[in-house]
Design a protein around this ligand. Structure first.
Ligand SMILES: C[S@@+](CC[C@H](N)C(=O)[O-])C[C@H]1O[C@@H](n2cnc3c(N)ncnc32)[C@H](O)[C@@H]1O
Length: 203
């Protein structure tokens, strides 16, 4: 799979390359994302484990990722932070979890790396493993409406594609209804380029 190849090469440098964004943008958003979360938690596309520091005490967290190289980094972070999380290699479009397993499913910057044909299968799978009264929270990039910022993002796009296999215009919200989910909240959490999407099961 293309993602696996991309992350094999980038895993070693991922945290370093992302450092300015992590501290300039992501940390407060990650903290906010985990507010009010408890019970069985899935961190889908856990990457190098950047969300770990914000997992709630007493929650039962599982992190999955397709890339063994990213998981190795996450394992190191897990040990350093002493966080209680079970890390497993799995594809988000076809996990091994039973139906209705998680109270909360978190995916930060995962759908921006999934190609268009994987958006719907990934959402359907998250719906299947989330409890009927559970919640799915996503953080995703989107192109700015501001022409200057949008232009800069367009200049960045080829690098982002090459380095992370990611794109700013995946529009995951377009696939929500078809996957049997309901968008209960959608708002920008960093300027007009990073969005929080909160989803619930529709049926
Ligand atoms: C941009 S990184 C985000 C990592 C982390 N969530 C964060 O916020 O820093 C995307 C991650 O998704 C993983 N990934 C890509 N496709 C996947 C798939 N089909 N199933 C599970 N993980 C996948 C990649 O290996 C990578 O670790």
């Amino acid at each position: 799979m293309a993602e696996r190849r991309v992350y094999k090469h980038i895993a070693r440098f991922y945290d370093l390359i992302d450092l300015p964004f992590e501290y300039g943008r992501y940390q407060p958003i990650r903290r906010m994302l985990f507010e009010g979360i408890s019970g069985a938690i899935l961190d889908a596309g856990v990457g190098t484990g950047r969300n770990m520091a914000f997992y709630p005490a007493g929650g039962r967290a599982i992190g999955i990722d397709l890339s063994p190289h990213m998981l190795a980094k996450a394992e190191k972070r897990r040990a350093e932070l002493g966080v209680d999380v079970d890390l497993r290699r799995m594809n988000v479009t076809k996990t091994d979890f039973p139906d209705d397993h998680f109270d909360f499913v978190i995916a930060t910057f995962l759908f921006c790396v999934l190609d268009d044909d994987l958006q719907s299968p990934a959402l359907s799978e998250l719906r299947r493993i989330c409890r009927p009264d559970g919640e799915i929270r996503l953080l995703e990039y989107t192109y700015s409406e501001d022409p200057r910022r949008r232009f800069i993002m367009r200049l960045w796009a080829p690098w982002v594609r090459l380095a992370y296999g990611a794109a700013f215009d995946r529009h995951v919200e377009r696939y929500v209804e078809g996957a049997g989910l309901r968008l209960i909240e959608e708002r920008f959490v960093y300027e007009d380029i990073i969005k929080l999407l909160v989803l619930r099961r529709d049926r």
